[in-house]
Design a binder for this molecule. Sequence first.
Ligand SMILES: Nc1ncnc2c1ncn2[C@@H]1O[C@H](COP(=O)(O)OP(=O)(O)OP(=O)(O)O)[C@@H](O)[C@H]1O
Length: 299
Amino acid sequence: MTSTLTISRLTKRFQGVEALAEVSLDLGPGMRVALLGHNGAGKSTMMKIILGLIPFDAGEVRVCGAAPGSSQARMQVAYLPENAAFHPALTGEEQIRHYLSLRGESPRRAMELLERVGLAKAARRRIGTYSKGMRQRVGLAQTLIGRPRLLVLDEPTSGLDPVSRRDFYALLDGLAAEGAAILLSSHVLTEVEARTDRILILSQGRLVAEGTLAELRRRAALPVGLTVTPADGAAGALAAALPQARLAGDGMLHLACAQDEKLGLLARIAGLGAQVADLDVVPPSLEDICSHFSRRDGQ
Ligand SMILES: Nc1ncnc2c1ncn2[C@@H]1O[C@H](COP(=O)(O)OP(=O)(O)OP(=O)(O)O)[C@@H](O)[C@H]1O
């Protein structure tokens, strides 16, 4: 299968700052990949290089087999910035018609694109009256012009409410199902957990982890949390039976154990019978995993 995006040992320096150091990755059609990392980790720099907006110092980048920024690559890539801005006096339809004309496509496709992103009803309203979620959807409609094979989305859901975020990811799922590769950065880790196929973690310009969430979870080998709800009046007896547990103000007992100790501990707690009203297993979150891999020396 031909790669949509190939990056090999990419290095970029800004006046002595190594923004990217020997980063390699490969994105195939239909892959939804999240690019995560602390502020200044190198995410935007990587996106700018993929878009051909800035040069790089070493390594290789191919977008659908072409050099970034070349006309062949630009035809295949679409970009959505964090805060897509449009002329407030134009309607959604006028804005998209304008972009279609710029790309040499028929402006008649505007309504089809706006329908695709759920904006058909608002298409004839001025963008100045749109909510932030609606403006992001105009941006997404714009990125769909020309059927790009790679979508580069920089914090696309920042500032969106949970329902708008869910709708936005549902749209991305549809595009990925049609074969578009999606590279998106986000600081909202809970949404990334559920809606992407692979996760890349950058830290200080280095790719410190890459894989599915399950793979990263296994590699990080972080402790698993267990929360035990005692039956009425059984908190004291349970705490005595589980001396490693912490009895919290909410009346729950909290424990942590290594992955390979989990089943044994679950069996022990189940053996306490009617004293236990409920039991929840809390796996390490993507946030825990990210900070584990991004941990800087001395921290
Ligand atoms: N034009 C520039 N001149 C000098 N240094 C730069 C420039 N652009 C980025 N940098 C530096 O390169 C590093 C990576 O920055 P980058 O913007 O790629 O990070 P980021 O992961 O996108 O961060 P954020 O999550 O805050 O957007 C940082 O140390 C930043 O200060």
